[in-house]
Ligand binder design. Structure first.
Ligand code: NAD
Length: 357
């Protein structure tokens, strides 16, 4: 298989961690007989420094011409004083919009060797391996809002949760397509006992899935119960399907129960197969350029790209297996390292994983 991958290293530790993921992808290509080409492109503070804007037109054009996009992270103190549209983060929002991405996918997996890092007592004997599929471009964050002076109530502010059938169907499709590559189970999260938008959400999720993915088992859970179940019995979840705001909150809760931020991958997907794959963490300016960053979140993001954009399940599983083996062998970057572990830098961690592909 031939694939052209746009690589957006960005700022801070971005260049180190994307370099690590690219080296792992080279190993995948060699072992499984594929040809992957990589095109480095500017985004964020690096783009501001080079050409005065956080998302150069060329970056958008070349990402649109690519099969998929791998991103490091953007931002840092150097650019913090700039106005909103000139800040590095504007590049991130801009590229998601330009690529038409409306689904945010965040796996939360507790690696056996890192069970101690979880704040949950049950983590030693409970496997945690779930994926949050969050709607990213609708709901209350994008609905009508305002602030008014009310004669009776004084200053009053309001936001609107609004979803169309189309928006719910397209995010359900993505959740179903991910569930069918995993355990085939979806918990759809809503607040249908109170909200009209949630009642439409629930009805539409079932109607769409029954016709298009009859083999996927869908159950509903109220968001307040879901927040409890996530810490009480996280092993019950396979794929969790949520609206924008519920997913914002629950995906952070799910991330936290698995330990280090340096381990957590993500993707943003739209209608086509092209996605934007990136670690959930930021550019970590405090450790940039010191070979201290954990590249695993970016390497696992690359594994998601193999599975969800290129349909290379064996290759994705090989990357995940290699990560597990390296952790089982006791290697740790500083962020996940107890005092007695074999501490390695960003580059060596990536090489150890690449060697095991
Ligand atoms: P951060 O995620 O960059 O760092 C938080 C802490 O986690 C730091 O101590 C850092 O050293 C550590 N850390 C993060 N990733 C790590 C890794 N892979 N390995 C080891 N340690 C790691 O969050 P922050 O400090 O709040 O933000 C720093 C910059 O990143 C800001 O400019 C912020 O706007 C930006 N940011 C970007 C993104 C993105 O590009 N998607 C996301 C969040 C924050």
């Amino acid at each position: 298989m031939n694939k052209h991958i746009a690589v957006l290293p960005g700022d801070g530790i971005g260049p180190e961690i994307t370099d690590g993921a690219v080296r792992v992808l080279h190993a995948v290509a060699k072992t499984f007989g594929h040809t992957f080409t990589f095109e480095p492109l500017l985004i964020g503070g690096a783009a501001l420094d080079a050409c005065g804007e956080p998302l150069p037109e060329r970056t958008v054009e070349r990402c649109l011409a690519s099969d998929s996009v791998l991103l490091g992270a953007v931002g840092g103190p150097k650019w913090e004083q700039l106005p909103g549209e000139k800040r590095p983060e504007a590049g991130l929002l801009g590229i998601r919009k330009a690529l038409g991405l409306y689904a945010n996918i965040r796996p939360a997996r507790l690696w056996r060797a890192l069970a101690d890092a979880s704040p949950l007592k049950c983590a030693q004997d409970t496997p945690i391996d779930l994926v949050v599929v969050r709607e990213l471009t609708g709901g209350i964050y994008f609905g009508a809002r305002g602030t008014r002076e009310d004669a009776d109530m004084g200053t009053t502010a309001w936001d609107t949760e609004q979803y169309s059938v189309h928006e719910i169907e397209r995010i359900t499709r993505i959740a179903c397509s991910i569930a069918e590559k995993r355990g085939g189970r979806i918990v759809s999260v809503d607040k249908a006992n109170v909200l009209d938008s949630s009642r439409l959400w629930r009805k539409t999720v079932h109607a769409y899935a029954e016709v298009n993915y009859p083999h996927i088992r869908i159950t509903d859970m109220l968001v307040d119960n879901c927040a409890m179940q996530l810490v009480k019995d996280p092993a019950q979840f396979d794929v969790m399907l949520t609206s924008n705001m519920f997913g914002d909150i629950l995906s952070d809760e799910a991330a936290q129960i698995t330990g280090s931020i340096g381990m957590l991958a993500s993707s943003s997907l739209g209608d086509g197969t092209r996605g934007l794959y990136e670690p959930i963490h930021g550019s970590a300016p405090d450790i940039a350029g010191k070979d201290l960053a954990n590249p695993i979140a970016t390497i696992l993001s690359a594994a998601m790209m193999l599975r969800d954009s290129f349909l290379l399940e064996r290759e994705a599983a090989a990357v995940e297996r290699a990560v597990g083996e390296v952790l089982d062998a006791g290697y740790r970057t500083a962020d996940i390292s107890p005092a007695d572990a074999s501490r390695v830098g960003c580059r060596q961690m990536a090489d150890l994983i690449a060697e095991r592909i």
